[in-house]
Design a protein around this ligand. Structure first.
Ligand SMILES: NC(=O)c1ccc[n+]([C@@H]2O[C@H](COP(=O)([O-])OP(=O)(O)OC[C@H]3O[C@@H](n4cnc5c(N)ncnc54)[C@H](OP(=O)(O)O)[C@@H]3O)[C@@H](O)[C@H]2O)c1
Length: 221
């Protein structure tokens, strides 16, 4: 799997024709049949020798998440709090865009979110639900959403972890309390991400949880 993610990220650097063939392989071949053939490995090695500055990323991929002080995201496939204003902000930011999510996050929603392209990542290619595009990997999902000016990765923990390599922006709502959880946001490496904006929301009688919107941008190589 690690090799596959590695290859997919490298593939984005190839010339268009070769890139198409390699991506077609990744998207259309079921995971269990994806033996890393010699050409793919050679191609990846070839690219690995290229300077990092030539690596291309999907444009403006944004991770959007709400995490507690202890990075808690959710428990028992549900959220841990209800902050109405944060949900409204999520809606305002994501409407009209592609939203990429793991199968578990999709199943935590009542249905596909309206006015957005719902892309669900699952290893089970027989998975089906109304209103979704099914993709076998985060790379395939990003490829599907490549025409979108700002595709959003909306969770959960497994997908955030893998998407960090491809994202340029993180829109994080930091909830200022710790929670018992079974899903956590990955650590934001301050050598790779810089905070560019912050907006504090102290607790109020209506909203007893204090929270802060923080925007991070990936530091260019
Ligand atoms: N606080 C927040 O902002 C926030 C946002 C979203 C979600 N959440 C919470 O997060 C929790 C869910 O997160 P989670 O980490 O358990 O699950 P998840 O990331 O939503 O989904 C995991 C699933 O995605 C698929 N998947 C993951 N990596 C893959 C890959 N490389 N290739 C193909 N498929 C892949 C697999 O589906 P298959 O098993 O079908 O193969 C896997 O079981 C819930 O509690 C939810 O409420 C919180």
């Amino acid at each position: 799997m690690v090799e596959r993610v590695y290859l997919a990220s490298k593939i984005l650097q190839f010339k268009k024709r070769k890139r198409k063939t390699l991506l077609k392989f990744l998207i259309e071949t079921p995971l269990e049949h994806q033996t890393l053939n010699k050409n793919l490995l050679e191609a990846a090695d070839e690219v690995a020798l290229m300077p990092k500055s030539t690596i291309k990323q999907s444009p403006n991929v944004t991770i959007i998440a709400a995490a507690a002080e202890n990075e808690a995201l959710g428990k028992d496939n549900d959220l841990l709090w209800h902050i109405r204003e944060d949900l409204q902000r999520f809606k305002n930011l994501t409407c009209g865009h592609a939203i990429i999510m793991g199968r578990k996050t999709f199943e935590s929603l009542p249905k596909a979110l309206p006015n957005r392209t719902n892309i669900v990542v699952s290893r089970n290619q027989n998975y089906a639900a109304p209103g979704i595009i099914l993709c076998p990997s985060i790379e395939a999902a990003l490829e599907y959403a490549k025409e979108d000016s700002q595709p959003f990765v909306i969770g959960g923990g497994q997908i955030y972890k893998q998407a960090l390599a491809y994202a340029q922006t993180i829109e994080l709502t930091r909830v200022h309390q710790s929670f018992e959880a079974d899903t956590f946001f990955p650590k934001i490496d301050s050598s790779q991400w810089e905070e560019v904006h912050r907006e504090a929301h102290p607790k109020t009688p209506e909203q007893p949880l204090a929270y802060t919107y923080i925007t991070y941008k990936k530091i260019p190589f």
